[in-house]
Unconditional design. Structure first.
Length: 288
């Protein structure tokens, strides 16, 4: 009897030990992918982490491009593709001054695209493709799961706690850890295929020709051949292979038959006008 009580207690203790770190998050079905994941932080904690880390992250990539017309344009295109995603989050899009082509998504929905990447594109649907792809990393929670995998669940819970605690020093320290983690985060190839697939879906829902995704991936692949050095960072964080182009092509041919790759982007002119403005605002960007 005593032994049984002991075992029962031990079981409860063990159960509590496993349950405790999951108190805020837990096993949930992701609305974008339909997959079940064990995530140790809640949606609210995820948003708080992003809000806290965003200013430092922005600084890391040269700060905001100081032109509100450009910021409003990027927000408008990003708003279209993110408003049709399955996961409702406070998505926010910022153009940063870094000349190195890249785009990032923090947990919680803060998304960044570099001036270097925008300057390599030729129309609006390519911009919608990048922002749709980054929205997908947030919607599918690739970034939260990546941080959890990379830092360990206990550290992530700790960070969420420090940020929720609102104690300035602790909160700033936690934000620095998030920024370091996110800068070094490398998505898996499967995350990339899934983000392309969801990005294509959001583009089509928002009225963009999803062939823009194939155009974008082709631009990036060509750049990786002509400027391998400048593209290193982007490929480290978002692995790109010719297989991604083939996969995206298959999805569009299968699911979005109504769109043609040869139709011109009706918004190309307003994009090019914005790109010209970007080239005059951020010096040292080469026009392709
Ligand atoms: Zn990616």
């Amino acid at each position: 009897m005593r032994m049984q009580t002991y075992i029962a207690r031990k079981r409860i203790a063990l159960f509590a030990m496993f349950l405790l770190p999951l108190a805020a998050g837990g096993c949930t079905t992701n609305p974008a992918t339909g997959e079940k994941h064990l995530i140790v932080i809640s949606r609210e904690q995820e948003i708080a982490i992003g809000v806290e880390a965003a200013p430092e992250f922005e600084k890391e990539f040269g700060g905001r491009v100081p032109n509100e017309q450009l910021q409003a344009y990027v927000q408008m295109v990003g708003g279209k593709v993110s408003s049709v995603s399955e996961r409702e989050m406070p998505y926010e899009f910022t153009l940063v001054q870094s000349k190195v082509p890249n785009a990032f998504a923090l947990p919680g929905g803060k998304i960044f695209i570099s001036a270097g990447l925008m300057s390599k594109m030729t129309n609006e649907r390519q911009l919608a493709a990048v922002l749709g792809h980054e929205t997908a990393h947030v919607a599918a929670q690739h970034n939260v799961m990546g941080m959890q995998r990379q830092m360990g669940a206990a550290v992530l819970v700790d960070i969420a706690g420090q940020i929720a605690g609102k104690e300035k020093a602790g909160s700033a320290q936690a934000a620095t850890k998030v920024v370091a983690g996110m800068v070094g985060l490398k998505y898996s190839r499967n995350d990339e295929y899934q983000a392309d697939k969801l990005g294509i879906r959001y583009m089509a829902r928002a009225g963009y020709n999803p062939w823009g995704m194939v155009e974008l991936l082709t631009v990036l692949l060509n750049l990786s051949k002509s400027e391998p050095g400048s593209m290193g960072e982007m490929f480290r964080t978002h692995p790109l292979t010719s297989k991604r182009i083939a996969e995206a092509t298959d999805i569009i041919e299968d699911k979005h038959k109504g769109f043609s790759p040869s139709t011109a982007d009706p918004n190309a002119n307003r994009f090019l006008e914005m790109r010209r403005l970007l080239l005059t605002t951020v010096s040292g960007l080469a026009e392709k």
